[in-house]
Design a protein around this ligand. Structure first.
Ligand code: 5AD
Ligand code: SF4
Length: 448
């Protein structure tokens, strides 16, 4: 590649999960520290970071079409870095297939993006897909040490990687083994986030409930211990966490849902299937029944808990009868929200070579039926919320003048009109329920 001028503007485009959003924010900070400015809205940047997702096929293909489309206003290509899980899994292939890409950087190596950029400017192409994650966190500069403001709702990665090896999933390969960030580093980062304006923190991890650390008294604590400590931060109003595996939900975490008022009444707990045979083939280490009993215990601790889950239809060998068990499980739970996907074979995972791959039309049809049920339950949950009074954390302006959009404790989008500002906690009465959001009536400001 030819040497090129140092970029003046950057844009980080994150795809996929919330951890990518977190990583994208950290990459943006690294670039800002180098004196590069965010590109103006609607104009392509001198440097584009595509922060990719590898969880399903379509997501990976999208990277190549995005690379093809990138163009600066003068018609030339920006400097392009491919980051995230596609970079980790297919780094060499990207370098070979996409000559416009000058940097490939894996999710555990992006703290070295500034040095890679210097090399790219000098005309070199470079790939860095080193693991593991703990080196990255130790090397990243303190977050929000400057004057940047945080969004009212911020992400905080506390755990990365996964040791569960569900047979369909690439995460254990792209994000590596489970690591927990140290307690003190997390408390410090949470302080800085709150100092920069965050009112809500969502603790992130591929297997977040496997987080463990030593508190300031040297006691070993789990996720519940960390949540209790964060709840002591006076200006932090809300705590959430995602994503969990049913096998790692301990008694203390269940109890915390009943005891910690700042821990929001929402639990995202993927189940994937309602069939025990399929769950065993997925290596999920729980059954439909053990999952339902676990939810009973959470609901006993926090009766107004909203539940969310992930589902895969058309896992290899899934029969119609087994799929119907998934529908039965959905009926038994009554999810407030859910995410459902067609099985996508990922190279290198055990399920990709299993017998009985399900035809696409069958998957399409099953996904439609499943989503019809899940939509029905989401609508029912929203309708049951109408008439309730709750706090809404204001995240942005709505489309109409004087309109605001925020989130209820149950993670529903709520819009209302009146005197408010981004970051306010507003008491509203939920008056109008739609399938994807609710309309509220402003009652008063809880805090500013
Ligand atoms: N195919 C389809 N869905 C998948 N997921 C993970 N791997 C695959 C795959 N190969 C889904 C699971 C997981 C969510 C993040 O993505 O439901 O919980
Ligand atoms: Fe993937 Fe299973 Fe780990 Fe979730 S628990 S990241 S689905 S391997």
């Amino acid at each position: 590649m030819k040497p090129t001028a140092s970029p003046k503007t950057y844009r980080v485009k994150s795809f996929g999960c919330q951890m990518n959003v977190y990583d994208g924010e950290r990459m943006a900070e690294l670039l800002a520290d180098k004196g590069i400015a965010p590109a103006p809205e609607g104009e392509e940047a001198d440097l584009v970071v595509l922060n990719t997702c590898h969880i399903r096929e379509k997501a990976a293909e999208k990277v190549y079409s995005d690379i093809g489309r990138l163009k600066k206003p003068d018609g030339t290509k920006p400097l392009i870095a491919v980051a995230g899980c596609v970079a980790q899994a297919e780094g060499e292939e990207i370098m070979a297939r996409a000559p416009a890409v000058s940097m490939v950087v894996g999710p555990q190596a992006y703290h070295r993006l500034p040095q890679m950029l210097d090399r790219a400017v000098a005309g070199e192409r470079a790939t860095d897909t080193d693991m593991p994650a703990d080196a990255k966190f130790a090397a990243l500069p303190a977050r929000y040490s400057g004057r940047r403001r945080s969004a009212p709702s911020a992400f905080l990665t506390i755990q990365e990687g996964c040791d569960k090896f569900c047979t369909y999933c690439v995460v254990p390969y792209t994000r590596g083994a489970e690591i927990s960030r140290p307690y003190k580093a997390l408390i410090d980062e949470a302080y800085r986030l709150v100092g920069a304006g965050a009112k809500e923190i969502t603790l992130l991890g591929q297997n977040v409930s496997a987080w463990t650390g030593e508190d300031d008294k040297g006691h070993r604590v789990g996720l519940a211990g960390l949540i209790r400590a964060l709840a002591e931060l006076p200006d932090l109003a809300r705590i959430r966490y995602t994503t969990s595996h049913p096998a790692d939900m301990d008694d203390d975490l269940i109890a915390a849902h009943g005891e910690v008022g700042k821990l929001m009444p929402y639990l995202h707990l993927p189940v994937q299937s309602g069939s025990d045979r399929v769950l065993a083939a997925m290596n999920r280490s729980h059954t439909a029944e053990s999952y339902l009993r676990l939810l009973d215990r959470f609901r006993a601790a926090r009766p107004d808990l909203a539940l969310s889950g992930d589902f895969i239809v058309g896992f290899p060998g899934e029969t119609e009868a087994e799929f119907e068990q998934t529908l039965q499980l959905v009926d038994a739970v009554g999810y407030a929200q859910a995410f459902s996907f067609k099985y996508s074979p990922r190279p290198g995972t055990p399920a990709a070579t299993m017998d009985g791959q399900v035809p696409r039309e069958v998957m399409d049809e099953r996904l439609q039926r499943l989503q019809a049920r899940l939509n029905r339950d989401q609508r029912a949950f929203n309708e049951a919320s109408a008439g309730k009074t709750c706090e809404v954390l204001v995240e942005r302006r709505g489309k109409l003048p004087g309109q605001w959009l925020g989130k209820s404790p149950w993670l529903q989008s709520v819009w209302f009109e009146g005197d408010a500002a981004i970051g306010d906690l507003i008491e509203v009465e939920l008056v109008e329920a739609g399938p994807n959001s609710l309309g509220g009536r402003l009652l008063g400001r809880v805090s500013a």
